[in-house]
Ligand binder design. Structure first.
Ligand code: SIN
Length: 380
């Protein structure tokens, strides 16, 4: 019989780790009844509708990046987690396809950095999409080597996060994608953070058995600015804990199109992804939604229609995978990086491959590999 989350975890010795293992376990499968599903959930004692600033983003600005008018968004906060905002898929129907295509085809391109750069030459990783398209769109049925797209685990944008030193630096920077900045600017403004500067991005690519270890995102120098997260493709269980590992986390589903903002007291909380899973029955999936935009695009729209050809590959990929994009402002106004880099600090692709080969994992340098495409949670 499936065990209940509550019977596994009480506060105490690494309650987070116990809960992580509970949801990661496949046999027997866990009981998901304690997992909050915001897209179904009526407000309860714990789930409270969040007030957004609908005047901060006009309907036209929202539509340019593929979003519905802010007044129509369903946003929630969680009792006990001040500064945490969950937004249930606010995308216009068909517009997620644009963002998925960017994540798979455009953002992995140079000058952005990805896990494959750690052990392949720039010329080998310069066209990940082009080198994968043929094998992915016409599978032979035989066991074939994984395509580069299937081996992609992370991409960094803007100030490139250094997984070894867990720092950003001024000398490892390439321009942040303008379209993703605009999307982030509108969402953060609606959540009460006008003037957000998207300076760094991390894309995590999850296969069905990937997980992301327990961690806190604290490398940014200004923690007064929020951390923004976008999810596409398969659903995930997201665990949000406290400021120490003894605090039992709250489990929630993240479905395709959902967004999360961590700010204020919730900016530095432990969190993790123990599990990727299909959306529950009855949930409209991205594949069902497809790539046809239902509303007509304005002349200056940022989102553009995705060709049937590109969408065929994207939908094949997200059929069993998930992509998460986190966008961060690294520096506060007038702030700069410390003059002297730490001795460990390296620039650019001088990073070691570290532990990234197999999974979306934030616990770089300490990761323990297991036989599946997943990681043991380790403290960061
Ligand atoms: C996620 O994949 O939803 C979490 C990503 C992160 O914590 O950076």
């Amino acid at each position: 019989m499936a065990r209940m989350a509550a019977s596994v975890v009480e506060s105490g010795e690494d309650a987070f780790r116990k809960m992580f293992k509970f949801y990661k376990k496949r046999n027997p499968p866990p009981d998901y009844s304690a997992v909050i599903n915001f897209s179904r959930g009526a407000p309860s004692d714990k789930i409270v509708p969040a007030d957004l600033d609908s005047a901060a983003v006009s309907d036209v600005e929202a539509a340019r990046v593929g979003l519905r008018p802010v007044r129509d968004w369903r946003a929630f906060s969680l009792q006990g987690y001040p500064g945490f905002i969950f937004i249930c898929n606010p995308f216009l129907s068909g517009s997620q396809s644009y963002w998925v295509r960017q994540c798979l085809k455009i953002y992995p391109q140079k000058p952005n950095i990805c896990n494959l750069d750690m052990h392949m030459s720039p010329s080998d990783t310069e066209d990940i999409w082009g080198k994968s398209v043929h094998a992915l769109s016409s599978p032979t049925g035989k066991k074939e080597p994984k395509t580069l797209l299937e081996r992609l685990r992370w991409v960094t944008l803007g100030y490139h996060y250094n997984w070894d030193t867990k720092t950003y630096s001024a000398n490892s920077y390439t321009p942040f994608p303008a379209d993703l900045h605009l999307l982030s600017l509108q969402v953060t403004a609606a959540c009460g953070f006008p003037g957000f500067n998207s300076e760094a991005g991390i894309l995590n690519y999850y296969r069905p058995d990937s997980s992301l270890g327990i961690h806190v995102d604290e490398s940014e120098l200004d923690h007064t600015r929020p951390l923004l997260s976008f999810s596409f493709g398969q659903s995930a269980i997201f665990l949000l804990g406290g400021t120490c590992r003894q605090d039992p986390p709250t489990a929630m589903y993240m479905h395709s199109g959902d967004m999360m903002l961590m700010s204020g007291q919730s900016r530095l909380l432990y969190h993790a992804i123990p599990r990727i899973l299909p959306a529950p029955q009855g949930h409209t999936t991205l594949e069902m939604e497809g790539c046809s935009l239902t509303s007509s695009l304005q002349e200056d729209a940022v989102v553009e229609p995705v060709s049937e050809e590109d969408w065929a590959l994207c939908s094949r990929y997200i059929h069993n995978s998930r992509v998460n994009v986190t966008v961060r402002q690294v520096l506060g106004p007038g702030q700069s990086f410390p003059e002297t880099p730490s001795p460990l600090q390296r620039t650019d692709t001088g990073q070691t491959d570290g532990p990234h080969d197999g999974a979306a994992d934030r616990d770089h340098g300490k990761r323990k590999r297991s036989s599946s495409d997943s990681v043991d949670p380790v403290e960061t």
